[in-house]
Design a protein. Structure first.
Length: 256
């Protein structure tokens, strides 16, 4: 898209029903910097308004404003899945997210787990929007879920009481990095806000490191699967040879 628009600057409009384009969890300084960057790039921010309808190539706002567009990107944010929201068996919070304990078990069933953005932790029900629906939190559910599933499965297989389940304890803050374009980024951590090329370099380094880790895990997973396949084939061949030898012995007995 950037190549196709080379030599021209698109007119970009951001529409947000809230007072600002960043969530309340971000410091006010970060919001001001993002708004300044948007102004520098010629972008228009329409706050405290929302999209009511999209007809043809026009966006109709709740305020009655109509905006023509060539490219429309809808970023609706997290929302509870209808499967959980409409379930009569699972308890959900006011927004429709599945209520879970710190062990990621649902509040109703010990053997049903939920994690990631679909889950709402009962331990923090008194704190709105905590933990946030963000990947930095959801990705940390994985090891907890993996351990607790193994514990429960072992108990089921051996018909015994389950061992100790691990609780998930979300951190109170995290490093947030937002790309601004032109190899610049804005960062927020512990109430501090910082901007510049070096922040973009930090984000680029973290993103590339993450992708390398994913590729290595995928490669190790494929290698393990290949090793399992080889063991299965060797086992099948061994059983086949053993069965052939047994048949030959039986035939020899009948002949004698």
């Amino acid at each position: 898209m950037r190549h196709e628009m080379k030599g021209s600057r698109p007119q970009v409009t951001i529409i947000d029903k809230h007072d600002s384009v960043l969530p309340q969890a971000y410091p006010a300084a970060a919001t001001r910097r993002v708004e300044r960057e948007a102004e520098r790039l010629g972008m228009k921010i329409v706050a405290r308004d929302s999209v009511a309808a999209v007809r043809g190539s026009t966006v109709h706002l709740a305020s009655g404003t109509e905006l023509p567009y060539d490219l429309l990107v809808l970023a609706t944010g997290p929302a509870a899945h209808a499967l959980a929201r409409d379930s009569s068996d699972l308890l959900v919070d006011e927004q429709g997210y599945i209520r879970v304990r710190s062990t990621m078990q649902t509040t109703e069933f010990d053997h049903v787990f939920a994690c990631g953005d679909c889950a709402s932790m009962d331990d923090y029900a008194s704190e709105p929007n905590f933990p946030p629906k963000a990947g930095v939190y959801a990705v940390r559910h994985g090891p907890i879920l993996n351990h607790n599933l193994e514990v429960m499965l072992r108990a089921l297989l051996h018909k015994d009481k389950p061992g100790t389940l691990k609780p998930y304890r979300p951190q109170r803050g995290f490093l947030s990095l937002l790309t601004l374009g032109d190899e610049r980024a804005i960062g927020c951590k512990a109430g501090l806000t910082f901007t510049g090329h070096w922040v973009w370099c930090l984000k680029d380094h973290i993103d590339r490191k993450w992708m390398r880790q994913v590729r290595r895990r995928n490669k190790r997973g494929r290698q393990k699967e290949d090793e399992r396949d080889k063991r299965r084939r060797r086992k099948t061949k061994t059983q086949g040879r053993a069965g052939g030898m047994q048949t030959r012995k039986m035939n020899a007995k009948h002949l004698t």
